[in-house]
Each structure stands twice: as structure tokens, then as C-alpha cells.
Design a binder for this molecule. Sequence first.
Ligand code: SAM
Length: 334
Amino acid sequence: MFGFIESQVLFVCNELKIFDYLIDNEKSSLEEISDDLKLPKSSLERLLISAQCMQLLKKDGIQYEVIHELVPYLSRKSRFYCGDKFSHYFKTSYGLFNHLLSAVNENKPQWNKIVSDKLLTCDINSIYTDFIYSDKQSTEDFLSTMWASGYTDSIDLCTKFSFAGYKRLVDLGGATGSFSIAAMQNNPQLSAVIMDYPSVRPYANEKLIEYGLQSRGLFLAGDIFSDALPAGDIYVIGYLLSDLPEAMSVSLIKKIYHILPKNGLIVILEKLFADDKSGPYLTAMLNLTMLLEMQGQHRSTAEYIDWLQTAGFQEIRVIYSAGEKHMLAGIKNE
Ligand SMILES: C[S@@+](CC[C@H](N)C(=O)[O-])C[C@H]1O[C@@H](n2cnc3c(N)ncnc32)[C@H](O)[C@@H]1O
């Protein structure tokens, strides 16, 4: 019943940097945390008691500390830090989930309930351009969640699957390029074009520079449905089919088949449902999130294989990462 409170306790402790403070200081009293982080003692104590009951924190006498096993995931200094994934769920999805009841009754996204000043058609373009990318903060929250949910798994996938022999990867709806960057890091011969809406450009360019890949990676602003797609021998569609209705997904796969050269490769990155759709948990939770936010849904491995085979792709391989994002690859043989 109180899962909705637990999410906020986790998000707010992260936002207020309480975990970082306690990890840096090993342990601290309520007074010390309150003084150093400039938070009112009474409200802070209520938050800390809840975090303690959730087993995020523990108390030794009057001193709070972060549960030892969680330190790698809650410290901003750790490479396993998971807090960057929270931003979009904290700032946006949480508010949308107030309207789960309507979403189930109406079977449609609920943006109009939280942005009443905008006339939203809730088609996939307007969800991105009118809402997610409507201001700087929301753009940054979304792209930060995308990067944090994608890069580690992409590195893992690119060590399990080689793009040897391929020259140019086109990352459709590639956001800040978590997959393109991982692929270029593992395949020195490869260049990449990341195609996404214009608002994404500065953030994608920033990542390319951060990873020293600006000479091999290019951002192209455009709409993947209405603009011409750049040429390439690999087309990646990462976390995008789960945004889209079935007809748009199938037509995008077919469009890619037609423009790929012989031996060209399609790569789909997605969370995958078990074939009986009994889980896993994360796919189920995000499948519901897609109902409230997007026009698509999560699908099983068998469903994606069926779409790929119907479009003509062969030699389909499924590569599982150690995390949440997996990969299907298919070849255009003719
Ligand atoms: C759920 S995100 C996935 C981002 C990235 N591919 C990944 O794997 O993390 C979907 C991305 O597709 C982009 N997108 C959606 N529709 C698009 C369109 N019609 N044209 C260009 N980009 C689009 C969005 O801006 C967003 O960056």
C-alpha cells in the first residue's frame, strides 16, 4: 500500500544528497545532517526514520549511516550509482501515475491531466516535443534517465556482439547516444550517426565530446518518420519500439529492411517480456509506464522475432545483457 511513499523517500533522499553526505561522513547524527544540509530538523527526522524502516539507512546510537550493501548504488561517486536513473521517474512519471485509474479506464496516455495548459493530441511527436522536450529541466531529466538506463548495458552488449566488418551505424531515436558510443568504443572502424529531435543535439554533442568520439560520431536532427534516413549498414532502434503503436513499429522495421544494403544489420534494443508475459518485474512496471506516457508497450522476444522475420530479416540473434536492456540482431541476406 505504501510503495508510493517509498519511491518518494528514495528519490528525495537522493535529491537532497543525504546518501552522499552519510557515505562521505560514514555516519552522522540528525543535528549534523540538519546543520550541514540546511534542512529543518523535524521534517528531516521523519524522512530519515522512514528511510531507516525501508532499510536504506540504519542507526547506530544517535548516528545514521547508509546500509553497507547499498553504498555502491547510492553514492554519486560510484560507477554503479543508480540515482541518475531516477530523474524522469521522480519528476514526471510519478505525477502521471496519479492517473493510473484513468489510464486503465481510457487505455491512453495521461499527459493532459498534468499539463492542462496545453492542448495535447498525445500522438508520439507531441508527447516528445510538447511535453518531454518542452523545457530544459524536463529534457535533461529524461535524457539523464535514458543514458543511465542504457550505457552500462550497451557496453555489455557490445562486448558480446562484434560489429566487425560494418562501417556506419545509424542510431534512430538514439538520444545522447548510449549505444552508439558503446559500439564505437568497442569497434574502432565504426562511425555513427545519432538521429533524434533537434532539442537533443547539445546533449548528444556533449556526450560525444566527453567520450572523445566527435570525429567518428555525428548528431543529425530530424524526424525518423518524416525525414529521409541517413545511409548506413547498421540501423539501431533502441527503446523506441516500446514507445510506438504496433503499426508504426512494423513499418519502421520494414523501412529499414528496404534501405539496408545486402548483409546490412538491424539491431533492436529493448526490455523483453518472457513469452508468457509473466514478467520480469522491471519490464512489467515499464510496460505500465508506457501506457501512461507513450503509445507503445513492451513485447516478448518471440513477438520481436516475428516482426523481424516478417520484414525479411534472417539469422536473428538474441543477446542478453547482464542488466535490463537486451538486443536482437537480424541480417538482410539478399
Ligand atoms: C525511449 S528513448 C530511447 C533513447 C535511446 N535510443 C536509448 O536506447 O536509450 C526514445 C528516443 O527516440 C526519440 N524519438 C522518438 N520519436 C522520434 C522521431 N519521430 N524522430 C526522431 N527521434 C524520435 C526520442 O526523442 C528519444 O530520444
